[in-house]
Design a protein around this ligand. Structure first.
Ligand code: NAD
Ligand code: WQD
Length: 344
């Protein structure tokens, strides 16, 4: 007899990290059901996933704030666990539209958790962020570093972490993973899926990639007067597929636990500066990438990178892909997508 595949509900599974995690989940033997309202993604991603794995994930177009829809989903499918990616993520926009961010990210998570509680589905893996560490007091960042938020987006992540901690403490049976991502970049090796920001990219890597294709003239380097080796900001960039595999490891950990609150960093433990990223992308693409140093971006920190020991100790997981691989994969994807003239 063939064992039935377990179904994982992936909210926001059409998006950048959710789509790569869907691939990793399918490859690990799970059936994936995606709930996404497509506010920041393109449904064509589903066919691209099928090209990689041979299996198109089940898809429901809808909003995590739609409690009626959530109840139907939980009663119609035998869902074992939820991976919760759905949310808005632009830091600048969150300062302009805080209510939209609290509604989507906090209220949306509450609706989801209430529906899970009602349906007795008590395993959740949540997309948190290194932004919950605020301005680092010490490096590398360990999971017990004090939390703070410097913008509404970061505050939504901090609030949902606290809600999940309270829920876990209130009732037996919850298995909760808070995964704090550092800076995910790169794309699937196939070039079928990757990051497709709408309009002008907020993040460094997609911006650099668009300069390499000639779509944008030059990179603006936000400050070269930080107290870092070359004066530009330093971050812990992690390949999105390593991140995706970290989710599969976290889910396996939750499944074998009797009830656990897992809080782990997903990073590489190594920091690269903006100028090092530009140089690595030049190398990967063979293109000259012009840049200009401009003023610091308000709210930016000088540097941050993860302590990765807890993730390794608890999950047996470590990131393995190098910066050149991250840039090569991002470049393959960027060329494919600019060739197809798709994405925003
Ligand atoms: P993304 O925008 O590519 O994906 C998010 C997906 O959620 C999109 O497909 C969007 O359509 C969907 N969505 C948003 N609101 C929804 C709602 N109310 N109902 C249903 N679907 C909804 O973003 P991403 O980079 O893949 O990020 C995924 C998660 O990881 C987010 O929660 C984000 O805050 C978190 N995160 C991202 C980063 C990063 O640098 N990309 C870093 C740390 C944490
Ligand atoms: C990286 C470095 C910039 C763009 C943000 C969010 C964080 C998380 C990940 C979700 C910094 C510099 C950038 C550019 C530049 N998201 N830069 N020119 O700021 O580390 O993190 O995304 O949780 O919450 O804040 O990432 O890619 O925007 O910036 O010089 O055009 O590149 O100053 O040093 P960041 P980023």
């Amino acid at each position: 007899m063939i064992a039935e595949k377990e179904t994982v509900l992936v909210t926001g599974g059409v998006g950048y990290i959710g789509s790569h995690t869907t691939v990793a989940l399918q490859e690990a033997g799970y059936r994936v059901l995606i709930l996404d309202n497509l506010c920041n993604s393109d449904v064509a991603v589903l066919k691209a996933i099928a090209k990689i794995t041979g299996e198109e994930p089940c898809f429901i177009e809808g909003d995590i704030r739609d409690r009626g829809l959530l109840d139907k989903i939980f009663s119609n499918y035998r869902i074992k666990a939820v991976m919760h990616f759905a949310g808005l993520k632009a830091v600048g926009e969150s300062a302009e539209q805080p209510l939209a961010y609290y509604d989507n990210n906090v209220n949306g998570s509450l609706q989801l958790l209430q529906a899970m509680q009602e349906a007795d589905v008590r395993t959740i893996v949540f997309s948190s962020s290194a932004t919950v560490y605020g301005d680092p007091q010490s490096l590398p960042l360990t999971e017990n570093h004090p939390r703070s938020a410097t913008n509404p987006y970061g505050n939504t992540k901090l609030m949902v972490e606290e809600i999940l901690e309270n829920l876990y403490a209130s009732e037996a049976g919850w298995r909760v993973a808070l995964l704090r991502y550092f800076n995910p970049i790169g794309a699937h090796r196939s070039g079928q899926i990757g990051e497709a920001p709408q309009g002008t990219p907020n993040n460094l890597l997609p911006y650099v990639a668009q300069v390499a294709t000639g779509r944008r003239a030059q990179v603006q380097v936000f400050g070269a007067d930080y107290d870092t080796p070359d004066g530009t900001g330093v971050r812990d960039y992690i390949h999105v597929l390593d991140l995706a595999q970290g989710h599969v490891a976290a889910l396996a950990y939750c499944k074998q636990s009797d009830g656990e609150l897992l809080t782990v960093n997903l990073g590489t433990g190594k920091g690269y500066s903006v100028l090092e990223i530009i140089a690595a992308f030049e190398q990967a693409s063979g293109k000259h990438i012009p840049y200009q140093v401009v003023a610091r971006r308000p709210g930016d920190i000088a540097e941050c990178w993860a302590d990765t020991e807890q993730a390794y100790r608890l999950l047996g997981w470590r990131a393995s892909r190098t910066l050149p691989e991250m840039c090569e994969d991002a470049w393959r994807w960027e060329q494919n997508r600019s060739g197809q003239a798709s994405g925003g």
